[in-house]
Design a protein around this ligand. Structure first.
Ligand code: SF4
Length: 339
């Protein structure tokens, strides 16, 4: 099997609630726990879950905007934690990020041309002519007129600002784009345009995406595979069509049942699942979903369920729906499938 473009192994991130390096009893926010997945060239892996499930922390760890407590992030087989300054700069060219709020992620004092060309000029000098040509090409690529290159972000609509953010991300010809709630601040019609733009760019340029969203409709439209996170852990990872056709984990099932659907004859639940997401400072023992799960049994209160491969290639962490009684360890089981 070829090396995946991105491989995440057992990624964990705890945030101590107070300084106190010597005090081992400082409470921690367990934002991400033992998360593993991979992304191939040209693939879109979506990460979904309720607010606070750890998906945006995963994005920050991938971009090395935060250091993991443990675990590894590998690009083409190289662990980015070990990269020195120059190698890290080169690696950063390959991974770019598109943010939720295009307005606050764009410098309000720079023109569209400057915003697009600035990342390239961090690596190489461009002549005036080269700058203009690059900005015009990328504006065209994201469906904007090159005549807009003199505009400031405040002179653009929300959709145009997000297109500009995408043009900036494309300037360094990345292999992978991390999109964190990249369309959730936009109107529905503009969302569809931006999603179609991302799909077109993926087809043209073979870019891989890690697409983080709380919106299952968006995920179903754009994803190849989906990882569902709950309280810092992946509870189900599957191909998009399998997950939406037949969710296995009770939490995935509840999320899909509660998602808005365009069919008026289908009833939508108001709340994704009963109850609140527990605190990541003091998560429930065993399966963290057990206080909200209608299928919970005694074992769920004691043991964390391992991710277990199913016959269709998905992995699921649930004692009831994917029992692992015959399987010795998590890695012995999961290593048989592609995360
Ligand atoms: Fe529910 Fe138990 Fe499965 Fe957790 S392990 S999702 S509590 S049935």
């Amino acid at each position: 099997m070829s090396t995946p473009l991105l491989k995440v192994e057992n990624l964990t991130k705890h945030f101590p609630l107070s300084a106190g390096i010597l005090n081992k009893n400082v409470p921690v926010v367990r934002a991400v726990e033992d998360v593993s997945f991979s992304v191939s060239a040209g693939e879109t892996l979506c990460i979904v879950g309720e607010s606070g499930c750890g998906k945006s922390t995963v994005a920050r760890l991938l971009m090395r905007l935060a250091e993991p407590t443990s675990g590894r992030v590998l690009i083409d087989g190289t662990d980015i934690a070990g990269l020195k300054k120059n190698a890290l700069r080169a690696w950063r060219r390959r991974m770019q990020m598109v943010f939720q709020d295009p307005y606050s992620s764009l410098n309000p004092r720079l023109t569209a041309e400057k915003i697009i060309t600035e990342p390239v000029e961090n690596f190489e000098r461009l002549s005036r002519k080269q700058r203009t040509a690059l900005a015009a090409e990328l504006l065209r690529k994201v469906g904007m007129s090159p005549q807009m290159m003199d505009r400031l972000p405040s002179e653009l609509s929300g959709g145009q600002r997000q297109r500009l953010g995408i043009a900036r991300a494309l300037a360094l010809q990345p292999s992978l784009i991390i999109a964190d709630e990249a369309v959730s601040a936009l109107d529905v019609s503009v969302q569809a345009q931006i999603l179609n733009l991302l799909l077109d760019l993926q087809q043209q340029m073979g870019i891989a995406f890690v697409f983080i969203s709380h919106d299952l409709g968006v995920v179903e439209h754009i994803g190849h595979r989906v990882a569902v996170m709950y309280l810092g852990r992946i509870v189900e990872l599957a191909r998009c069509e399998s997950l939406f056709a037949k969710p296995v984990h009770p939490y995935t099932e509840a999320l899909i049942a509660a998602a808005p659907v365009p069919d008026p004859t289908r009833v939508r639940l108001d709340a994704p699942v009963e109850g609140e997401v527990p605190s990541p400072i003091n998560p429930p023992k065993g399966c963290a979903f057990h206080p909200r799960c209608p299928l919970a049994v005694e074992r769920c209160r004691i043991e964390v369920p391992p991710l277990v491969p199913m016959s269709d290639g998905r992995v699921v962490a649930c004692h009831v729906r994917a029992p692992a009684t015959d399987l010795p360890t998590q890695w012995a089981t999961v290593s048989a499938v592609r995360l």
